[in-house]
Design a binder for this molecule. Structure first.
Ligand SMILES: Cc1cc2nc3c(=O)[nH]c(=O)nc-3n(C[C@H](O)[C@H](O)[C@H](O)COP(=O)(O)OP(=O)(O)OC[C@H]3O[C@@H](n4cnc5c(N)ncnc54)[C@H](O)[C@@H]3O)c2cc1C
Length: 293
């Protein structure tokens, strides 16, 4: 029997998660709570901890594969999105989309985030995975990160304490919850910022346009995961409704009602063949909710 949740107002039950992911895949969460501010978030987390209810923090769901069986617990969807601009500094809450952050930076003639244009996540998710593109990483612009730790304490970490590297941060392991981020940018002409954003968006037109979670595997540098998978002849290979994209072999796309199971089969096929042919272990960049088996 599921306990009733009366302490938190607005908690939904039996929410299908597929629509909250860019893959458009995933089963039902027992509870679903959309938090609009820090106070509600802290209340929800401390409630779950006290009641021993498993919880999962969801950003834009753009780097995530949710199991077909869903999640037995509470999914907390981050919709805290306040942004404050102070000269060349921006403080942004973690539930803001990158797109909104980039737009506000541009409106304030602040340059430095244009490389993130077209990445469909939130600020929080992009800190966890240190999102990046075109040889730039989100971490390069970060001054401090505000978090909630495992004992419900709020803390600020300086950039150096976040252990950022290529698609990595301390938050992948620590499970601390990101509340807000302080970013430092440089003044520039709005026209130039806007031009860089459209150039970057144009480059993304070549990426697969079907529902996906972006790149599935971290590039095992100096190799590219996409080249390795393509060289195994796997482009266009399908399982159920999922396909290793024929445009970009490091993307798995949901062509037609794909299940998580279909995507997982393709992930293990790519891993196995790349290991056999090149002796390289591919590591997934995406996160899993409800299991990766
Ligand atoms: C078409 C497409 C293109 C993409 N291109 C790129 C790219 O060029 N570069 C790149 O780096 N990525 C890319 N991605 C992947 C993805 O958009 C990014 O990784 C993005 O930063 C994920 O953010 P999110 O909010 O969607 O995270 P989610 O998928 O919601 O979550 C990812 C992980 O972060 C955790 N999390 C989320 N918010 C918080 C928080 N506030 N506190 C603690 N943990 C949190 C979640 O629990 C989960 O473990 C792409 C994806 C798509 C679909």
């Amino acid at each position: 029997m599921k306990p009733e949740i009366k302490e938190l107002t607005g908690v939904g039950e039996n929410q299908i998660l597929a629509g909250y992911t860019t893959f458009k895949i995933g089963g039902v969460a027992d509870w679903f709570y959309q938090v609009k501010n820090e106070t509600d978030l802290i209340k929800a987390i401390s409630f779950c901890r006290k009641q021993k209810i498993p919880f999962f923090i969801l950003g834009g769901g753009s780097n995530l594969l949710v199991s077909d069986k869903g999640f037995r617990g509470m999914v907390i969807k981050m919709e805290n999105e306040m942004i404050k601009v102070d000269n060349e500094k921006i403080i942004v809450e973690s539930g803001s989309s990158l797109a909104r952050l980039i737009k506000i930076a541009m409106e304030n003639s602040l340059s430095g985030l244009e490389f993130l244009a077209g990445i469909p996540g939130t600020v929080g998710g992009s800190i966890v995975g240190n999102a990046g593109a075109w040889q730039e990483n989100f971490s390069d612009k970060i001054k401090r990160v505000k978090i909630l730790d495992g004992k419900d304490q709020v803390k600020w970490f300086n950039q150096e304490d976040c252990q950022f590297s290529y698609r990595q941060s301390r938050f992948k392991k620590s499970k601390e919850i990101i509340l807000a981020v302080e970013i430092e940018l440089k003044k520039a002409k709005q026209k130039d910022i806007s031009q860089k954003i459209s150039d970057n968006l144009k480059k993304r037109k070549n990426q697969p346009q079907e529902p996906s979670a972006g790149s599935i595997f971290i590039n095992p540098k100096p190799n590219s995961a996409s080249d390795l998978i393509e060289n195994c002849g796997l482009k266009g290979v399908k399982r159920g409704g999922a396909e290793i994209s024929d445009k970009h072999a490091n993307f798995i796309v949901n062509r037609d009602g794909a299940k998580a199971k279909d995507v997982l089969e393709l992930i293990s096929l790519a891993k196995q063949q790349v290991k056999e042919k090149f002796g390289i272990d591919l590591k997934t960049e995406i996160f899993f909710l409800g299991g990766s088996k």
